[in-house]
Design a protein around this ligand. Structure first.
Ligand SMILES: NC(=O)c1ccc[n+]([C@@H]2O[C@H](COP(=O)([O-])OP(=O)(O)OC[C@H]3O[C@@H](n4cnc5c(N)ncnc54)[C@H](OP(=O)(O)O)[C@@H]3O)[C@@H](O)[C@H]2O)c1
Length: 305
């Protein structure tokens, strides 16, 4: 073995973040990995066609990652109802191919899934082994992706189910509401869907903590607490000081193509058991998001309380 080969064998390859250039979570993962001292490579569409197994294999052979974070997904929940094959290609086949390549090439796979794998009829925060029952194409294809990874079972796999993401780098529920509030006095928001709002910056930090703790398996990773979309919007508007009223409406007042779970609060007990870390409440995370990342929306009277 040459000296170079010995060095390559001794030092694990970089962390590769699929979706690291443009994805909301992908960009947060790039920052979190750098902060934790990991070398990270960001992937974007121009680098490889992720729907081609051959292209993916050649790309991974060239990058030689030690870990692959898969933050790529078909995330347009309503559009997925009309494009189930496209959704399945990214949400099921891509993680399945990654799991097979993980087993063959030896990198660790960290994948992300969703609270939409549940039917929303629970009354206690969902634990990782609670029965699933997705209501939409998006939820079904994401669940199929989880199942594919679990059945290939590559060494050290991690799946983080998460929910209701907000964070820098991409349009999300909070930026949509705040933009509407700039031009309207009142915005109607659904108040009978309850979930676990989550800051991508916290999720990325916790995913890296799972990796660094040597954890493996399925975890729920969300900020603490629960909220309706209406409560989340109300708190965002309060923090920015925008003169806009958030008005509660039922789901039936805002029909969407895909059905959503009415109640999908996730328990982070398995995550805390694996890492010793308890995620902070979503309202604290939201305040950081608004005051650190969304300066544009801040009015002089914005409340820091
Ligand atoms: N957002 C949420 O509220 C939420 C809730 C629960 C779970 N999750 C899960 O969390 C993960 C990250 O979600 P996110 O909100 O960060 O997603 P996102 O911001 O929508 O980013 C998706 C990424 O996938 C890439 N992508 C989409 N279609 C592609 C294709 N055909 N080929 C190559 N790349 C493609 C996008 O690239 P382009 O920018 O080039 O399109 C982007 O980088 C996903 O697994 C998602 O299912 C999200």
């Amino acid at each position: 073995m040459t000296q170079q080969q010995m060095a390559a064998a001794a030092s694990p390859g970089p962390c590769l973040v699929l979706g690291g250039k443009t994805g909301m979570l992908g960009q947060a993962l790039m920052t979190a990995l750098a902060k934790a001292g990991h070398t990270a490579v960001a992937q974007g569409r121009e680098d490889v066609d992720l729907t081609s197994r051959d292209a993916l294999t050649a790309y991974l052979e060239a990058v030689k990652p030690g870990v692959v974070f898969n933050a790529v997904a078909y995330t347009q929940v309503d559009k997925a109802e009309d494009e189930p094959d496209d959704a399945a290609r990214l949400n099921k086949t891509l993680p399945e191919n990654l799991a097979r390549l993980s087993a063959a090439m030896g990198f660790k796979l960290v994948h992300f899934s969703t609270d939409f794998v549940f039917d929303g009829k629970g009354q206690e925060p969902y634990e990782v082994d609670d029965p699933t029952g997705p209501l939409s194409v998006y939820g079904r294809t994401k669940l199929a992706g989880e199942q594919a990874i679990r059945s290939v079972n590559p060494p050290g796999w991690i799946i983080c189910r998460t929910a209701w993401l907000f964070g820098p780098g991409r349009k999300n529920f909070i930026t949509t509401i705040l933009n509407l509030c700039r031009s309207r006095d009142t915005v109607n928001v659904v108040d009978d869907q309850i979930g676990s709002p989550t800051y991508t910056v916290d999720l990325a930090l916790h995913a890296v903590q799972l990796l660094d703790a040597g954890a493996s398996g399925l975890f729920h990773v969300v900020n603490a607490g629960e909220a309706s979309w209406c409560e989340l919007a109300t708190e965002a508007v309060r923090l920015t000081g925008l003169p806009c009223k958030i008005s509660p409406i039922p789901t039936s007042g805002y029909p969407t193509k895909a059905a959503r779970p009415a109640w999908s609060v996730l328990s982070t007990a398995a995550f805390t058991a694996a890492t010793g870390v308890t995620p902070r409440p979503w309202a604290k995370a939201l305040r950081d998001y608004i005051f650190k990342d969304l300066q544009d929306f801040l009015e002089p009277q914005a409340s820091r309380n």
